[in-house]
Design a protein around this ligand. Structure first.
Ligand SMILES: CC(C)(COP(=O)(O)OP(=O)(O)OC[C@H]1O[C@@H](n2cnc3c(N)ncnc32)[C@H](O)[C@@H]1OP(=O)(O)O)[C@@H](O)C(=O)NCCC(=O)NCCS
Length: 220
């Protein structure tokens, strides 16, 4: 079973990395594949409650590949960890089949609660370089999380999300109209709004004074 998983990981790199030449090269020279091989064994020990050996293997994998996958994480078939350096995958993470994970990705938790605290990725999910997916929620099949995005909410199937915090820009390949996007207010926009409110208050005060003056004059 583990050997089959390893073969599927090698095939995934061959199919999805245009730079990959042949299976032998992928098996010997791709640290993403090495990290997954270490992980498949570490996960076996974890499932059989041999936590120390499991963690030891995962730390050794981290030393050699710079990719940290907690032995408890459930990794599907045909996963491509491209470049891989700086990838961190937490204990209760689930990664579906045929996912692509680039360098610098964190699939992490927020807070210190025990139990399920990391994301669950569906099948065919792509997580761009440097993206962070934080929390115990689901990311649907065929989703794409942009490079450097920080995703804090679930995504429905076939959604592309970008930015910090990440928000959908495409659903089923169709762009979400800009006016329907969940925009976040930047510091500059907030400052501009504050200045406008201040000006409006001053204007209101001036108009009130004029009105008082006018009503005073009309009474006399
Ligand atoms: C998210 C991604 C998959 C989108 O691809 P796409 O479907 O072709 O989307 P588009 O290029 O049409 O972009 C859609 C919108 O998202 C924005 N966008 C795309 N990538 C973004 C990013 N990383 N950060 C912020 N905004 C991004 C675009 O500017 C565009 O915005 P607009 O509609 O306001 O003009 C792609 O940009 C990405 O980040 N892929 C990861 C690749 C990667 O990590 N490679 C590492 C190789 S070593």
């Amino acid at each position: 079973m583990i050997l089959k998983d390893i073969w599927l990981d090698v095939k995934a790199v061959q199919e999805r990395d245009p730079a990959a030449r042949n299976a032998l090269e992928v098996l010997f020279l791709y640290q993403g594949v090495h990290a997954l091989i270490w992980h498949r064994f570490a996960h076996w020990f974890y499932k059989h409650r041999m936590f120390f050996i499991a963690r030891l293997l995962s730390q050794m994998a981290r030393f050699f590949t710079l990719i940290e996958i907690h032995p408890g994480a459930e990794m599907g078939h045909g996963i491509l960890i491209d470049h891989g350096c700086g990838v961190v995958i937490g204990e209760t993470t689930v990664v579906g089949d045929n996912c692509t994970i680039y360098q610098g990705v964190t699939l992490g938790g927020v807070g210190l609660n025990k139990g399920k605290r990391h994301p669950t990725l569906g099948n065919n999910v792509t997580v761009g370089a440097g993206a962070k997916i934080l929390g115990a929620f689901e990311v649907g099949d065929n989703c794409r999380v942009a490079a450097n995005a920080v995703l804090l909410k679930p995504l429905e199937n076939d959604t592309t999300a970008v930015g910090i915090p990440a928000r959908p820009v495409k659903i089923g390949g169709v762009p979400v109209p800009k006016e329907q996007r969940e925009e976040t207010v930047t510091k500059e926009q907030y400052k501009a709004m504050e200045e406008r409110v201040q000006k409006m208050e001053e204007e209101l005060k001036r108009l009130r004074q004029q009105l008082d003056l006018f009503s005073g004059q009309s009474e006399t």
